[in-house]
Design a binder for this molecule. Structure first.
Ligand code: GCW
Length: 693
């Protein structure tokens, strides 16, 4: 495992960052930290340490940390409800404190007995840690002055998680940034320095949970829940705990059989239930605040309750019962579909599967089960409609699953800033309880009163020096956390924060990176799969074009292109009826060819190449135009990046340049393969007579 790493957005003015205006405005306060009263919990110590180290780097001076206010100006840290901290109690009202919850915080300018200070007060030590990271961010971003400073923050979502798809042999399923930082040679690594550094990155953007192993749980990983491996799991949990992050494990549904305990994994079999209760008791002996189990069952050949004629509620509830006495949760994935489909079967529709499997089970799950639903009904394509399962179950906890790792969006070799995509998902109005039933509120438990809810995502990190394979891909991990804290932040605001913390305050650098990030998702979409059709990628690898790669396969991912037209008919009258999994006006919107938005046209309809889009272009001309334009866009980025050479450190300049050149080559390949394929199929020429082969 590579133990050298970049500091990402926690570099605090290292390398090429210039001192920001905000640091100058706050300068008088930053030499002294008053951390009174509490001080005993590891989280409190983490908060003090983060602030001390951050300020030392930002100001170039080591701040003094004192229990009492000696200096005239300082930063005061405290926890509400802590041991009577007067600096805090005098300036925070009881009602206000109650609203913060455990994870919220206040940052405000306060005065007392002739002293003038910046107060960072957490609803708990965890809230304090988040407040410290916010304050450090503030010093590097806004031109905020201390006067009038008064921030009151609490996160929108209860569960703010990441899922590692790491295997114990050190590989990472769909990982594009090197090997695992957690595992090597079938063991948890002994030196957890890099894991700790990852915990810092996650906590700095508010992440509070992590599942540390792949949802495809193979032989060795099945043993993570046994006393053989639990001492190591406990070491990892200790590291994350100091940053307020709870540890979860992915489990193998067939573990009772594979670990030699029982002859069946039938969830209704008392011996199986007892087996899980014993294992769960073991886990909590080692990790007292263990979060729970993440489960991929009856999905892509993984074992599950179907084998025994049971359903998902039976399976999830059995695990939930084992976890219940300890307050643990079951995160049960809804990525369940027929992955052995006959491509000749035109009735089965993978997009329908999650809804068809789970909706009828509403009300059957225990209340410590949460259904984990991918944002798209198929998978994590560059463009899909939002899964109609969101909000469709009133009595079943739901959480959303995004994919930060760029499996289908350029594999961290192409720039693809995903925050705009995620915001579209969150802003989607499902209409499940009438207008204003947005996904962002459903998975916050604010539409149906879910006991547990939140958002999770497949992580993008590995042991590459820069964590994410592409420097610019760090923005997705950063932005993911920020969005979960506050989904009202705009994609631009998040990009600006990240850029200034990561690359400093130079205006040219900031505006170039902002433009590239904001243009990147539409650009990737433009030269890959058109109009929501999806796939068309090299099977298994999912990088680069192969239009028919999945067309005659068992995976349920088809485009049905012939000489006349393309697209999947998911309408009620003539297609699979998927459009009617949506509610009311949404069903009508997608079902009708006239109203279906262009970008999803081929997801819902099969149309001739000559069909005229709302944009006024034919489908075929749209395909040609977007594929040429996508390549030109990447060329423009390269020119703009080149202009930054003198303003960036050589290492990061060269790295991004190299990736952009690779993206350009790949985009050209996509352009030529897709355009040629559809020209040959349709026989229709490009109106502008550009080169098509
Ligand atoms: O998108 C698919 C991936 C699989 C992954 C699966 C899932 C972990 O290609 O690699 O398996 O999704 O989400 O379970």
């Amino acid at each position: 495992m590579n133990s050298n790493y970049d500091l990402a957005w926690l570099r605090y003015g290292g390398a090429s960052v210039e001192r920001s205006a905000a640091i100058q405005l706050f300068e008088g306060y930053l030499s002294n930290i008053v951390a009174a009263g509490e001080g005993s919990s590891p989280l409190f110590r983490t908060a003090v340490q983060e602030l001390t180290e951050g300020l030392a780097k930002l100001t170039g001076k080591q701040p003094a940390v004192e229990p009492n206010a000696a200096a005239d100006r300082f930063v005061a840290l405290g926890t509400i409800g802590g041991a009577g901290n007067p600096l805090l109690n005098d300036s925070v009202e009881g009602a206000e404190a109650a609203r913060l919850g455990e994870e919220g915080y206040i940052i405000r300018k306060a005065a007392r007995e002739g002293k003038d200070y910046i107060l960072i007060a957490g609803g708990s030590d965890k809230g304090l840690l988040y407040g410290v990271f916010h304050f450090l961010r503030l010093l590097q971003t806004a031109g905020q002055s201390p006067d009038g400073l008064n921030l009151v923050e609490a996160p929108k979502y209860q569960l703010r998680m990441v899922n590692q798809w790491d295997n114990m042999d050190g590989s990472i399923e769909r990982g594009y940034a090197g090997q695992s930082i957690f595992y090597q040679d079938s063991k948890i690594v002994s030196d957890l320095t890099r894991v700790r550094e990852y915990a810092r990155l996650l906590a700095s953007v508010g992440i509070n949970g992590i599942a540390i192993n792949n949802v495809n749980v193979h032989e060795v990983e099945t043993k993570l829940i046994t006393p053989e491996l639990l001492p190591d799991v406990a070491r990892v949990a200790d590291v994350f705990r100091e940053y307020g992050i709870r540890l979860y494990l992915s489990v193998n549904f067939a573990a009772p059989i594979e670990l030699g305990g029982t002859s069946t994994a039938d969830p209704l079999e008392p011996a199986v239930q007892e087996w899980w209760k014993q294992r769960t008791a073991d886990i909590y002996r080692y990790v007292a605040d263990f979060g729970g189990f993440l489960v991929k069952a009856d999905s892509e050949n993984r074992p599950g309750p179907f084998t025994y004629g049971r359903d998902h509620a039976d399976g999830a509830n059995m695990l939930a019962e084992a976890l219940e006495p300890y307050g643990g949760l079951v995160l049960w994935r809804c990525f369940v579909y027929d992955c052995h489909q006959d491509w000749r079967d035109r009735k089965t529709d993978r997009a329908r599967a999650a809804y068809d499997h789970f909706k009828p089970l509403d009300g059957r799950f225990k209340d410590n089960v949460i259904l984990q639903i991918k944002n798209g009904p198929m998978d994590f394509q560059v463009r899909e409609p939002v899964s109609p399962l969101f909000g469709a179950m009133k009595q079943t906890n739901q959480m959303l699953e995004f994919q930060i790792t760029q499996e289908y969006t350029g594999q961290q070799r192409h720039v693809c800033y995903l925050i705009p995509q995620w915001k579209e998902v969150l802003e989607f109005d499902t209409l499940c309880e009438g207008e204003g039933s947005k996904v962002k509120d459903i998975v916050a438990g604010q539409v149906h009163p879910y006991k547990h809810s939140g958002i999770t995502a497949v992580s993008s990190i590995g042991d590459d020096y820069n964590w994410t394979g592409h420097y610019l891909a760090q923005s997705n991990l950063y932005g993911y956390g920020r969005l979960l804290w506050n989904p009202e932040l705009s994609a631009e605001e998040i990009a600006e924060e990240w850029t200034s913390m990561t690359f400093g305050v130079n205006q040219d650098v900031a505006s170039t990176i902002l433009d590239i990030l904001m243009e990147s998702w539409p650009t990737y979409e433009s030269y890959t799969s058109p109009l929501g059709v999806g796939w068309m990628v090299v099977p298994h690898y999912h990088y680069g074009p192969d239009v028919d790669g999945y067309e005659y396969s068992k995976w349920g991912t088809y485009h049905f292109a012939d000489r006349d037209g393309i697209g999947v008919d998911r309408t009620l009258a003539t297609g699979t009826g998927y459009s009617h999994q949506y509610v009311g006006a949404n069903a009508a919107l997608y079902d009708s060819l006239e109203s279906c938005p262009d970008e999803l046209l081929l997801f819902f309809h099969h149309v001739p190449y000559t069909y005229v889009l709302k944009s006024g272009k034919t489908v075929i001309q749209h395909i040609y135009d977007t594929h040429f334009a996508g390549v030109e866009q990447v060329e423009k980025w390269i020119a703009r990046w080149d202009a930054l050479e003198s303003k960036l450190d050589p290492q990061r300049f060269a790295h991004v340049k190299e990736r952009l050149l690779e993206q350009l080559e790949s985009a050209k390949h996509w352009r030529d393969v897709i355009n040629t394929y559809f020209y040959r199929k349709s026989g229709i020429k490009d109106q502008h007579n550009r080169v098509i082969y």
